[in-house]
Design a protein around this ligand. Structure first.
Ligand code: ADP
Ligand code: MG
Length: 240
């Protein structure tokens, strides 16, 4: 589904991504771990062109996204993104937050978008919150709405950038449970997280990134019980 070759990103003189190669198969759950500042967010943002890579290739469903003339809006519809901050529209209801893009961008009929939004709210466990405003919801509930909103565009891949890092500890589990459900249903996912339990249980593959390169990758079993790279070992010693 996604084939990334020799991806580079430089900000000024700061080379943040120093040649990333990665292949993501349909249905795969890839979890990226690594210290703060290692380039994880920049990498995810490059995938849907929120940042323009300096060099390399991102081949998504057969198209190199860095080719001239690629329709970025169409691409973004196929890649859902969930951030640490939920960024819901405060003056719109939960339902409106979810239907706005399908209606405005995809030109879906109101009734269809609404029915789909209700199905997605049920999926994330918020069936009864469709008429609520974001400010009346907990952080965990808002993040689940943000996931439903991303899913409403019917993406082929979901990118998560530390989706639980801004949450109070007691709300982390409910968001991870929704993500685990998506993974079980075959969604292709790239997840940056510090939740090592999630990585261990849900990831098909774990990638350890540091200083703008992939230092090590493998199954959760390999990475967590038998890391080979000293940097991986040292990182895991700090976080586990
Ligand atoms: P991580 O998500 O792993 O913590 P980031 O991708 O956010 O790391 O950041 C990696 C490096 O890139 C940091 O040194 C950061 O300061 C730099 N960086 C990220 N975004 C920008 C930007 N828009 N402009 C300049 N530097 C940036
Ligand atoms: Mg980050």
């Amino acid at each position: 589904m996604l084939n990334i070759e020799n991806l580079h990103k430089t900000f000024g003189k700061n080379e943040v991504l120093k040649g990333i190669d990665m292949t993501i198969e349909a249905g795969e759950v890839v979890v990226i771990i690594g210290p703060s500042g290692s380039g994880k967010s920049t990498f995810l943002r490059c995938l849907n062109l929120l940042e323009t890579p300096t060099d390399g290739k991102i081949i998504f469903e057969g198209t190199n996204l860095l080719d001239k003339g690629v329709n970025i809006d169409q691409l973004r519809q196929k890649m859902g993104m969930v951030f640490q901050s939920f960024n819901l529209f405060p003056h719109k209801t939960v339902l409106e937050n979810i239907t706005i893009s399908p209606v405005k961008v995809k030109k879906e009929a109101d009734a269809k978008a609404k029915a789909e939004a209700e199905r997605l709210l049920d999926l994330v466990g918020l069936k009864d919150k469709s008429q609520a405003y974001p400010s009346s919801l907990s952080g965990g509930q808002q993040q689940r709405v943000a996931i439903a909103r991303a899913l409403a565009m019917n993406p082929d891949v979901m990118l998560f950038d530390e989706p639980t890092s801004a949450l109070d500890p007691e709300m982390v589990g409910e968001v991870l449970a929704v993500m685990q459900g998506l993974a079980n249903n075959g969604m292709t996912m790239v997840v940056v997280t510090h939740e090592m339990g999630f990585a261990r249980e849900v990831a098909d593959r774990v990638i350890f990134m540091d200083e703008g390169v992939i230092q090590e990758e493998g199954t959760p079993e390999q990475i967590f019980t038998n890391p080979e790279n000293p940097r991986t070992q040292s990182f895991l010693n700090k976080v586990l």
